[in-house]
Design a protein around this ligand. Structure first.
Ligand SMILES: [Ca+2]
Ligand SMILES: [Ca+2]
Ligand SMILES: [Ca+2]
Ligand SMILES: [Ca+2]
Length: 499
């Protein structure tokens, strides 16, 4: 029995309800990403998907081999998941190409909430990958472009089998490569073709709104005629640490954004690209003082020689210059690879969100007790201003994602802001960036600013996500996430902030 979700919202905002997308009996559904209008969701799943034409069980179709009344395992409306597609009666969770033996690997699926061109009815599923091995991470970290036309992901598998249309897919060595799927015609492209370095070979792909550029981190060396650095010099990563790479789809060429040495697979990681594709951001433990065509801090002074803890960088791809957003000491909670991490950026690189343990150095006069727990920060590039969005004395504020339009930041937290989460469950918050974007739960911190607009997504007793991964549309209206609380195993959910 599904626990009814409870959602607390500020009075000024419309009541909204988390909606369950998948309804399965075992395994995991995770890594959900949504396009700009919430019509398309892509996610990974290692659960068994039933859905081809078969006998009817209520409103649900059963797969041909099922003769009993076993419930439809992958449905959206037949097992009490509270989902109903407006205007479709009865809603049929239809999948025309699902592999009925999925369950050994994480594969990618698209869910179409609304009727789409190409004959896809509302509330239908399409399976994209058909690998039989690799576990839940066999196909991982999918991102759909906001225009809904392109999906990029990482995989250590050979993309093959019935239903796969790929002209260049080849990954016999089983390292992790980057792949691209064209939603319009169902064709697949293998973007990277490399060997060795296993799961750290090519990772963390991001994609701009139109799917023109794909960014990722790679420990492989792309030296060759189809790759140049931002300053025009040849690509080079002979030392095999992780560098930030960009793939220009229409030209079939690569741009190596960082050129550093040392720290292996932790050197330069988790890059993101801005919605229009002109800016990139990433986290790095390496020295960027001679990066690209120049590197400066927000105040215009030269970048610091790295003391090798993780810092956030912003890159203007059109002119090749770097901005060192954070400059924090490699000590205490701020030491190591990930004290500043998980950067996301809005349109034209104007606003960055990231997670940080470095409050004592980034915001020494406003960080409350400054204990160094994970807090959310927002950097406003036009004003060259860094704001601490959460001030708390314990617990966590994680994985902030600024929506592409820059108005909303979504993050995961177990703090109680505006009394929306007094039980300190794990919830998602959406905070308006363009108001006074700060929330406080810290007796030593500044008083809460009443202008802050905040929404929480709070399933009964908090939710339990597997991956710290969720998606948000450019407008901040649609948020996709996974949760197992109250539903047994990890299922995909979404929130339409206007409903
Ligand atoms: Ca390979
Ligand atoms: Ca290197
Ligand atoms: Ca530092
Ligand atoms: Ca704190």
């Amino acid at each position: 029995m599904l626990l009814l979700s409870t959602v607390s919202v500020q009075a000024i905002l419309t009541q909204s309800t988390p909606r369950q997308v998948t309804n399965t009996t075992s395994g995991k559904n995770e890594n959900a990403s949504t396009n700009r209008n919430g019509k398309l969701f892509v996610f990974t799943s290692n659960t068994q998907h039933e859905g081809n034409a078969g006998p009817q069980n209520g409103n649900c179709q059963l797969p041909p081999e099922v003769t009993d009344t076993a419930p439809f395992q992958f449905d959206f409306d037949c097992s009490g998941n509270n989902f109903a597609v407006v205007g479709v009666d009865p809603p049929q969770p239809l999948c025309l190409n699902c592999d009925l033996d999925n369950g050994t690997a994480g594969n990618l699926f698209i869910w179409r909430q609304k009727r789409m061109r190409g004959g896809f009815p509302a509330n239908s599923i399409e399976q994209i990958t058909f690998t039989a091995a690799g576990g839940i991470k066999g196909n991982a970290n999918p991102n759909i472009s906001q225009n809904g036309q392109w999906i990029v992901w990482e995989s250590d598998q050979e993309q093959a089998g019935t239903g796969v249309s790929c002209g260049n897919c080849s990954n016999a060595d089983g390292n992790r490569e980057i792949f691209l799927y064209a939603v319009r015609d169902g064709t697949m492209t293998q973007i990277t073709t490399t060997t060795a370095s296993g799961d750290s070979a090519n990772r963390n792909p991001g994609i701009d709104d139109r799917g023109n550029q794909i960014i990722f981190d790679s420990t492989r060396d792309f030296a060759g005629p189809s790759c140049a650095q931002l300053d025009g010099s040849p690509c080079d990563n002979a030392d095999g640490n992780s560098e930030v790479m960009l793939y220009v789809r229409q030209e079939g060429r690569f741009i190596q954004i960082t050129d550093t040495s040392g720290n292996g697979a932790d050197a330069n990681i988790r890059p993101r690209i801005s919605p229009e594709g002109k800016f990139a951001a990433f986290q790095s433990t390496r020295d960027q003082t001679s990066a690209g065509l120049g590197c400066a801090k927000p105040d215009g002074s030269p970048c610091s020689v790295s003391d090798n803890n993780g810092e956030i960088y912003l890159v203007d791809l059109t002119v090749g210059t770097f901005t060192q957003v954070t400059d924090s000491p490699n000590q205490g909670p701020c030491s190591g690879t990930n004290p500043n991490e998980r950067v996301e950026l809005s349109r034209k690189g104007k606003f960055l969100s990231f997670q940080s343990k470095c409050e004592a150095s980034l915001n020494p006069t406003g960080c409350g007790d400054c204990g160094g727990n994970d807090e959310v920060f927002v950097y406003e590039h036009p004003q060259r201003r860094l704001r601490q969005a959460t001030v708390s004395d314990s617990g966590f504020n994680r994985v902030p994602r600024i929506a592409g339009g820059g108005f909303w930041v979504v993050f995961e937290s177990n703090r109680n802001y505006k009394n929306l989460n007094p039980g300190h469950s794990k919830v998602l918050y959406l905070i308006r960036r363009d108001r006074f974007a700060q929330v406080v739960e810290d007796a030593l911190g500044p008083l809460q600013d009443i202008r802050t607009k905040l929404v929480s997504i709070n399933l009964a007793g908090g939710f339990n996500s597997s991956t710290e991964g969720f998606g948000v549309s450019n407008s901040g209206r649609f948020v996709s996430f996974d949760n197992s609380k109250g539903v047994g195993n990890h299922e995909i959910w979404y929130l339409d902030r206007n409903r």
